[in-house]
Design a binder for this molecule. Structure first.
Ligand SMILES: Nc1nc2c(ncn2[C@@H]2O[C@H](COP(=O)(O)OP(=O)(O)O)[C@@H](O)[C@H]2O)c(=O)[nH]1
Ligand SMILES: [Mg+2]
Length: 478
């Protein structure tokens, strides 16, 4: 990073201001991660030109470039188009070809009038250095696409400016936003979410429609914060429940900062209607989409090529990445790509709010997962689980002890018999496996009591769906 200072006025001695200017430029650039990213991607070094000019000169420039016939404290002339800390044009054509060593590329010019800076310092009871620091930060933010024409932009720029000046790391700007996992049922969305969170937040199974609502898992590292959202699979809905599931997937897709469309490596090489529908929504909203080709462990590499060809012809994906959600193959590459397309803003989720899934909710889902695994045909799809009691033994001897009572609701009388099984064998087996899974999740001794009840046609009754928290009236991003 090179900061060049040109002194083109005679009223003020500027030698001692060099460090103030350098520190202000460096600190501002360090706050906006894309600057570093762009430098390393193109192997360049950004520079900033700072000139101190006279009151008359700044007035002339202000008139010529902005039509304002008045002197002013600072003028910024960006070299490239940036939008709020993100590069908004292709700079490649402007880079020196074949430079020796790392090429220095100017971000733009800052022109300052020290006479006015000095006057303002007095008005605000600041030292000249403090006022200069503040203005250079302001000017560099202009170079990087921040402005204050609209009130909302002004507030954003001001907050950012203040946290840079105060050196406050709490309000640090970083790539941050909602990344939504979408695709048809069973492609491995929940498996990827679990891999990213390092634990089970969403139950998975070989059956479609395992996930019924939106599940958040926030991924944090030093350079970004990503809220991954798992969504119910896109399918042709036949019940009110199915429509509610679709609605929540749609709400999430429409609000995504980045969309991950997941397909399977074994798919035929054409873009089917469900995927088309998702891509149409993304196109309307101009959302960045990355195609993830999951389960690449079960096909030979060459077989993925026709799939890549078919999809890349159908849509301008930001990237197409084969992954294996079960092992995490390709996940690093996906994260790097996602970061490139997230807005740069303050972190959204404080520590401790990484997920919206509670232990109670997960216990419920783990029981439902056993039903999905241990029953066939339409039985598992008509089941909902309600936790009636979830009590923790206070003062447990050593390990945690939890008592859980839950009801399995099914939508047909005939299903109840199937769920209970001959001499209660089925429900016993469901209970044993669910208890083991919940016990592992809670790291606790678990006592589980299960009941089966029929609630006919609950999947189509608004009041039942509302009671189970599965209605679609108030879908919001979690
Ligand atoms: N072989 C293989 N199986 C996977 C992979 N990812 C997910 N699965 C399996 O695919 C099935 C569906 O996964 P799930 O995450 O529930 O899919 P979802 O409906 O998209 O959320 C489960 O049985 C997973 O174990 C993968 O990368 N490779
Ligand atoms: Mg799922």
């Amino acid at each position: 990073m090179q900061i060049t200072i040109h002194n083109k006025q005679r009223k003020y001695d500027t030698a001692h201001l060099q460090t103030t200017v350098e520190e202000a430029v460096k600190r501002t650039l360090a706050y906006l991660p894309e600057v570093e990213q762009v430098m390393s991607e193109y192997e360049i070094d950004f520079s900033v030109e700072v000139s101190f000019i006279s009151k008359d000169s700044i007035r002339t420039l202000n008139r010529e470039h902005r039509g304002i016939d008045r002197s002013t404290d600072i003028l910024s002339f960006p070299a490239f188009e940036w939008k709020e800390g993100r590069l908004a044009e292709d700079i490649f054509p402007w880079l020196p070809s074949d430079p020796e060593g790392t090429a220095s590329v100017s971000l733009g010019d800052l022109l300052l009038c020290l006479e006015i800076v000095d006057k303002q310092a007095e008005d605000f009871a600041n030292t000249l250095e403090e006022e200069l620091f503040f203005l250079v930060v302001h000017g560099v933010l202009h170079l990087l696409g921040y402005d204050h024409e609209l009130p909302a932009d002004e507030a954003k720029m001001k907050a950012l400016q203040e946290s840079i000046v105060s050196g406050d790391s709490a309000g640090r700007m970083l790539p941050c936003g909602y990344v939504v996992l979408a695709g048809r049922p069973n492609v491995g969305k929940s498996t990827l979410l679990n891999y990213l969170s390092g634990m089970t937040l969403a139950i998975t199974s070989p059956k479609p429609q395992t996930t019924r609502d939106l599940i958040r898992s926030v991924y944090n590292d030093a350079s970004c914060q990503i809220a991954f959202l798992d969504t119910p699979g896109f399918h042709k809905a036949k019940t009110s429940l199915g429509r509610a599931m679709l609605k929540s997937a749609r709400v999430a897709i429409r609000q995504a900062d980045v969309l991950l469309l997941m397909i399977e490596a074994s798919f035929k090489p054409f873009v089917a209607d469900l995927e088309k529908e998702i891509l149409e929504m993304a196109a309307e909203d101009d959302t960045a989409v990355i195609l993830l080709i999951n389960k690449s462990d079960i096909v030979v590499k060459e077989n993925i090529l026709p799939l890549i060809a078919a999809f890349s012809q159908a849509y301008p994906f930001k990237a197409i990445i084969p992954i294996t959600a079960t092992t995490g193959d390709g996940v690093e590459e996906m994260l790097e790509e996602v970061k490139q397309h997230l807005p740069i803003q303050e972190a959204i989720f404080p520590e401790g709010e990484e997920t919206n899934v509670t232990e109670r909710k997960l216990a419920e889902e783990m029981i439902r997962r056993e039903v999905l695994l241990q029953t066939q045909k339409e039985v598992p799809f008509g089941v909902a689980v309600v936790i009636d009691e979830f009590t923790e033994e206070s003062n447990p001897p050593e390990t945690r002890r939890v008592f859980i009572a839950a009801t399995i609701l099914c939508d047909k009388a005939s299903h109840k018999g199937i769920l209970l099984g001959r001499q209660g064998q089925k429900i016993k087996s469901i209970g044993t496996d669910a208890r083991a899974a919940i016990s592992e999740m809670l790291e606790a001794k678990v006592h589980l009591e299960l009941f089966v009840k029929v609630r006919q046609n609950w999947m189509n009754r608004p009041q039942d769906l509302a009671e189970l928290g599965l209605d679609s009236k108030t879908v919001e991003l979690p």
